[in-house]
Structure formats: structure tokens, C-alpha cells
Design a protein around this ligand. Structure first.
Ligand SMILES: *Cc1c(COP(=O)(O)O)cnc(C)c1O
Length: 358
């Protein structure tokens, strides 16, 4: 019996993707975004598998602390900064670089002179309207950082792109213009590009790039594939068949009878469900691979199982391998079937799915 669901992680693909990103952003330093458990790939293992990047970025303090505790020495940036004095002290203790995006954070920094030995990233909101100082408020915030004593180790400038994945670069160009205008003449390294900014149609520039999804070998664009960008998927989500049954014409499969056999069908029951992170919104017909051949999902995704119509595939039995995504079946494709994006599928891979090196 082959094994039940697991995510096989290809460290060589991860490093290959870093080199592809480097070639796309020549000269830029790479801040590898490993938030959300490295998009489901395992926070610590992913960071340890990337010795050549210049920094890591996480969203939450605890992720940064965990990396430090597991021996990661590279710079680590907290993308949302800190919100309390206790968090700031933790960040100082573990030497985590901070994004500073509002005045509360400026006030916190003024209270803790120890924080000034950290590199600080001041974030400008150029149109995302999520985090960051508005362009007109940027100078005053920047001057407050400059006035901290002792002086911060570094003050760097960043913004985040809202629509770099769209082929029409209008919004990206607007954001770049606002960023350039707000920061004109201000010294300091800059960081603008996420994955879509690195691979998109509008050249974005900056001394640092911040790839997340592309590192993991998926494409941030709605059209085209990661392979066309030269990227290789890092995760292969695989499982196996746990039962096969004959379903007579006219009967239904699964909860709610959401699929009805139009002819006698052979149905494989597969060990993977929303308890593993598969979206329950996957419709009838979404493709998985059974024994290396594409086959359609039938009926609803349940917590531990899905059903797949394998009528057309010979010799499917208990233990036959099933691929949910990987090199032969991009995660982008399943994401499209579910009406979502690969980010969400990768991040959703649940704790009960073991992560294993190739
Ligand atoms: C998540 C995140 C990134 C990485 O985005 P991708 O689209 O995965 O490359 C970059 N910058 C910031 C601020 C982020 O929050």
C-alpha cells in the first residue's frame, strides 16, 4: 500500500527558482518571503534550504523568533513590524528588522533606543491602501526615523504593488511614479517588487526584491504557466487511492449527491480532503492525476476523501498513486478550478500533511 497524503518538497527546485529570480532582477538583493509557513512548504526547512538569499521576510513575530531559534542567522524582516512594546523588545532580542508603517510604530521606536541598531524599512502606501504612510506623510515620518538617537543602523524604503500581476501595467506605473516622487532625493535602499513585480511587464527596479510565490515555483499571473517563467514547482502534493467501487448508472457519489453517474462508472476514493487543505469549492470535473493520467473529481470534497472518476483508466486499485499538484499538474490549474489562486491552496496545506524532502 503506498502512502497517504504528503507534500514532497524539492529543495533543488527552490534553489533553482532563486537563480531564475536573480537572473530576472540582476544585481538586486533577494528577500525571500517565507511567511505563512513558507506558503505551506515549512518555514524552517525552507529557510535552511536557502543559504544564498540575502534576507528572509515573515509576517508575524513568532515566525521570526522561530527562525532565529532554529539557527537562521541571515537578516529577517517583519513585514508588518510590531504593535506593542513587548513585541518590540522581542524583535530587538532576536534582531528582527522592522517595517515601520504608521505613527504608533514611530512612537514605540522612540521609547526603545535599543531598537535603533536594527535596520528599519519605512513603508509608503502608493495605492494599495493597506499599510504604509501616505506619500504626503512620508517625509515627516522619515525625518522622525532619522532623528532617533542612537541613529538606526539603516533606513530603507519600501512599497507594495497592488496589481503587478495584471498585464495592463497602468496601476503599477502610477504606484512607481508616486514612490519616485515621494522618495526623490531621499537616500536609502529601496524595495518594491513582489513576484509579479519581478516577472511582470513593467520594470520595477529597487535594490531589493521580495519574492514569495515565485520561490515556490508557482506563477502569480492568471495567464500562462510557471514553466514559461522558468520556474519549477517545489511542492508535489501526492496521495493514493484507498478504495475503488463500481457505481451503477443513475446513482450519486458523496455528500448531497452532488454528482450522478450518467453511465456505470468506476470511482476511486482518494485520501485527500478539506482536512488536508483542499478547497471544498472544487467542482465536479476538476482534474487530478491518477496513475499518471488526468481524471475528474466527482462529487463534493469531504474532510478526508475525494472521489475521482477512473472509468477510463486501467488498473486502478488500492494504493494507486494520485497527484493533486506538482510538476505535471500545476497548482495554478487546481486553483483556477476552485476559483482561487495558488497562494491560497499552498498556504492551506494543513498540519496533518507531512512535509518530506524529495
Ligand atoms: C507576501 C508579500 C510579498 C511576497 O509576495 P508574492 O506575491 O508571494 O511574491 C512581498 N512583499 C510583501 C510586503 C508581502 O506581504
Amino acid at each position: 500500500m503506498s502512502r497517504l497524503i504528503r507534500a514532497v518538497i524539492d529543495g533543488a527546485a527552490l534553489r533553482h527558482n532563486v537563480e531564475v529570480i536573480r537572473a530576472r532582477a540582476p544585481g538586486a538583493r533577494i528577500m525571500a518571503v517565507v511567511k505563512a509557513n513558507a506558503y505551506g512548504h515549512g518555514l524552517v526547512q525552507t529557510a535552511l534550504g536557502l543559504p544564498s538569499v540575502d534576507a528572509f521576510a515573515v509576517a508575524r513575530l513568532q515566525e521570526g523568533v522561530r527562525l532565529r531559534e532554529r539557527g537562521v542567522r541571515a537578516p529577517i524582516v517583519l513585514l508588518e513590524g510590531v504593535f506593542t512594546r513587548e513585541q518590540l523588545r522581542e524583535a530587538i532580542r532576536f534582531e528582527l528588522e522592522l517595517v515601520v508603517h504608521d505613527t504608533l510604530q514611530l512612537q514605540l521606536l522612540a521609547l526603545e533606543p535599543q531598537a535603533h541598531r536594527l535596520a528599519l524599512w519605512i513603508k509608503i502606501d502608493t495605492g494599495m491602501n493597506r499599510l504604509g504612510f501616505r506619500p504626503e506623510a512620508f517625509r515627516a515620518a522619515y525625518e522622525q526615523l532619522c532623528a532617533l538617537r542612537p541613529a538606526p543602523r539603516a533606513i530603507r524604503l519600501m512599497t507594495h504593488l497592488a496589481a503587478a500581476d495584471e498585464p495592463d501595467g497602468t496601476m503599477t506605473r502610477e504606484q512607481l511614479d508616486r514612490f519616485a516622487a515621494a522618495t526623490h532625493g531621499v537616500p536609502g535602499e529601496r524595495s518594491i517588487a513582489n513576484s509579479a513585480g519581478i516577472f511582470g511587464t513593467v520594470p520595477v527596479g529597487g535594490e531589493w526584491v521580495r519574492p514569495g510565490l515565485a520561490l515556490y515555483g508557482a506563477s502569480p499571473f492568471a495567464q500562462g504557466s510557471a514553466a514559461q517563467l522558468g520556474l519549477r514547482p517545489v511542492m508535489r502534493l501526492e496521495t493514493s487511492v484507498i478504495a475503488v467501487r463500481r457505481v451503477p448508472r443513475g446513482e450519486t457519489v458523496g455528500y448531497g449527491g452532488a454528482w450522478r453517474a450518467g453511465r456505470e462508472a468506476r470511482i476511486a476514493i482518494v485520501a485527500a480532503g478539506y482536512g488536508d487543505g483542499l478547497p471544498r469549492s472544487l467542482p465536479n470535473g476538476a482534474a487530478v492525476q491518477v496513475a499518471g493520467r488526468r481524471a475528474p473529481l466527482v462529487g463534493r470534497v469531504s474532510m478526508d476523501m475525494i472521489a475521482v472518476d477512473v472509468t477510463a483508466i486501467e488498473a486502478v486499485g488500492v494504493g494507486t498513486p494520485v497527484l493533486l499538484w506538482g510538476a505535471d499538474l500545476p497548482v495554478e490549474e487546481l486553483a483556477r478550478s476552485a476559483g482561487t489562486i495558488p497562494y491560497e491552496l499552498l498556504c492551506a496545506v494543513s498540519e496533518r500533511v507531512p512535509l518530506e524532502p524529495v
